[in-house]
Ligand binder design. Structure first.
Ligand code: ZN
Ligand code: ZN
Length: 424
């Protein structure tokens, strides 16, 4: 039994999988760039109070899932459980709003939550996300939604659903909450325990409960969509009409709500049907009141975040991740001491020309080296012994066609580049 094992709820991403991660992250970066979003990297840990404020003291994340610890100076720190609060903290700290009015920022980062690994939950997981900071316009909501959709499209995903809703704003939500509570009060004892707790602090979240009983009790509940103020209504209509103009299909889901007061207007979620039951790939929405909550100036903003692990599972399921195993361009197989030294030198020379090159490190027989060359997936093998060196030529073998030819050492670089289709 090995002495050390990884912490439950964490994963090692081994080389074969790391290639898939790099591909997905590359697509994310490429699409972000097309939308002119710039990358921002914030620290892995922050002051605990930032998340208590920025996510909400009453949420499950803050009350039971954060990795919080005291450092040696007895300061309470927390490994970031989500990306938005740190981005807005950085936005305020660096007064980015004074440099230009609208900022479009994205991140790809590990996140940490102390969740139950038995339930398949990860304690270190990874997200990409984007925040459009500084605009209240419906175009900004549509920009982030289209961005998320285009990332999934670019990856080849077909089976997904976009759900949207509006959760109103400071003007219309308070009176709606009262109506909702009036409706729920006589049904309170039929709701699940968590919903009973939500009744005072967070009644909107009751609409979001997955329990059969709660869903039945709330089937006839008043909907926020019917109680939006004029501005929120106009905003929602504009978002829907712009999405339609872009040909982005959506469903309005009245149960899509967010618990915290600084979330405003548009909420959205993208679900995949590939994993059986519908699974959230990512979601987001408008949070016009968060910057103030974190001590900044009023800064209307909208964003989304999406999990990378679940996305990879879906892509795998849909067969959209094949062909990532590529080997070196060239494997150098040698016979004799002098040829081995030549291999070290030639490998570096070829690498400096941009070729991917490997050779044997175990002093194996030529036969074993050729086996290794094949296993490595290399496109070509260079076969060199004392005789070849003396004649200043090497054997070049195409490992997929098994064709062999003799090439002069002096023209080796050019010959290889020509066969690999690389510019000389
Ligand atoms: Zn419930
Ligand atoms: Zn409103």
């Amino acid at each position: 039994m090995p002495k050390f094992q990884r912490i439950k709820g964490t994963h090692d991403i081994l080389p074969q999988d790391a290639r898939k991660w790099r591909y997905v992250e590359g697509v994310v970066q490429e699409v972000m760039q097309r939308y002119n979003f710039d990358e921002i990297r914030t620290p892995i840990f922050e002051e605990t109070a930032l998340f208590a404020r920025g996510i909400g003291q009453l949420t499950d994340i803050v009350s039971k899932e954060m990795y919080t610890f005291l450092d040696r100076g007895k300061k309470s720190l927390t490994l970031k459980p989500e990306g938005t609060a740190p981005v807005i903290r950085a936005f305020i700290e660096h007064s980015l709003g004074e440099k230009k009015p609208v900022h479009k920022l994205y991140y790809i980062s590990p996140m940490f939550r102390q969740e139950n690994p038995q339930a398949g939950r990860l304690r270190q997981f990874h997200q990409f996300g984007a925040e459009l900071v500084g605009s209240a316009a419906p175009e900004a909501d549509v920009e982030t939604i289209a961005l998320a959709v285009d990332i999934y499209e670019q990856l080849g995903l077909k089976k997904y659903t976009l759900k949207i809703n509006s959760v109103g704003d400071a003007t219309c939500r308070a009176p709606y909450k009262e109506r909702l509570k009036d409706y729920l009060r006589p049904r309170l004892d039929k709701l699940c325990r968590s919903c009973q707790e939500r009744f005072d602090k967070n009644p909107l979240r009751i609409l979001d409960c997955k329990e059969e009983g709660c869903r039945a009790e709330t089937a006839e509940a008043p909907l926020i969509i019917d109680h939006l103020c004029e501005d929120c209504h106009a905003h929602f209509e504009a978002v829907k009409s712009l999405l339609s103009r872009l040909g982005i299909a959506f469903e309005v889901d009245h149960r899509l709500v967010r618990g915290l007061d600084y979330y405003t207007r548009t909420a959205f979620e993208i679900l995949s049907g590939a994993l059986g039951a519908q699974n959230a790939l990512g979601g987001g929405g408008r949070y016009d009141l968060l910057a103030e909550e974190l001590g900044g100036k009023p800064t209307p903003s909208v964003g989304f975040a999406a999990g990378i692990e679940r996305l990879l599972m879906v892509l795998e399921k849909e067969n959209l991740l094949s062909d990532f195993d590529s080997g070196p361009d060239v494997f150098i197989a040698t016979l004799g001491e002098e040829a081995r030294r030549w291999a070290v030198q030639t490998a570096r020379q070829l690498r400096q020309r941009g070729l991917r090159v490997d050779y044997d490190f175990l002093g194996r027989s030529l036969k074993a080296q050729m086996k290794e060359a094949n296993r490595s997936g290399a496109r070509f093998a260079l076969i060199v012994g004392e005789n070849e060196l003396q004649a200043r030529k090497v054997v070049l073998r195409n490992l997929s066609s098994s064709e062999q030819e003799t090439v002069a050492i002096d023209s080796l670089v050019g010959e290889l580049e020509a066969r690999l289709g690389k510019p000389g």
